[in-house]
Design a protein around this ligand. Structure first.
Ligand SMILES: [Zn+2]
Length: 214
């Protein structure tokens, strides 16, 4: 039985198998990312290349997390625990070697104010472009923010807060995905002072930057 099939039948023993499962290891994903898609009568699970060398028990765990997300039907298995333990170990083993003075100041400010200084500093990197303002990747413990925000302290801190919140809430219901904006996430985000106004300012800022490129 294929890995995807095994993952499914162990997760939902009562459910009929109504799809054709397939599994691909993709070089397009970084770290330990993954996704799942329905394509007609088949369901395709795609895991990053790194997953190929990981034990099948742990792979079954991440595939099951993806199924839970796809079918929105909660279930819990030992394999899912194995997967979470594995990701925690990967996360803790990551060397923290990258930083940037402006991002570090912002990180320390936001960490002190909103997280009681309880968040361990991740790798901090500056990236080009505005396609995404910031990202946080759990597997490599890397928080990236666009260079365009370096001189916009208020907006920078707000985006920093958003990304630290990803780290604070960790991989919780975050199987292989970089972003997970759960209800809890949104609630905590909206508690940031003037969150609504800052959201508007951010959108206006992105728009103005894009127009100036023409
Ligand atoms: Zn996010």
């Amino acid at each position: 039985m294929s890995l995807v099939m095994r993952a499914f039948t162990q997760l939902y023993p009562e459910a009929p198998l109504t799809f054709i499962p397939s599994l691909e290891y993709s070089g397009q994903f970084k770290g330990y990312r993954a996704n799942i898609r329905r394509r007609g009568s088949s369901i395709v699970v795609r895991l990053s290349k790194q997953w190929e060398n990981i034990s099948e028990d742990i792979q079954i765990g991440i595939i099951q997390e993806l199924f839970v997300k796809l079918f929105k039907k909660k279930a819990h298995t030992l394999n899912m625990d194995l997967y979470h333990n594995f990701m925690r170990a990967v996360h803790e083993a990551v060397p923290k070697t990258q930083s940037h003075p402006v991002l570090q100041e912002s990180f320390q400010r936001v960490n002190r104010f909103y997280f009681d200084g309880m968040i361990e500093q991740p790798n901090l990197i500056v990236k080009e472009g505005l396609r995404t303002l910031g990202t946080y990747e759990y597997g490599t413990d890397t928080l990236a923010i666009t260079a365009a925000l370096l001189e916009k302290t208020r907006l920078l801190d707000y985006v920093m807060f958003h990304e630290i919140l990803h780290k604070a809430l960790k991989y919780k219901s975050n199987a292989g995905r970089q972003h997970s904006h759960t209800t809890e996430f949104r609630k905590r985000e909206q508690a940031y002072p003037h969150a609504e106004l800052l959201e508007k300012e951010l959108h206006a800022f992105v728009r103005s930057k894009q127009l100036s490129w023409f």
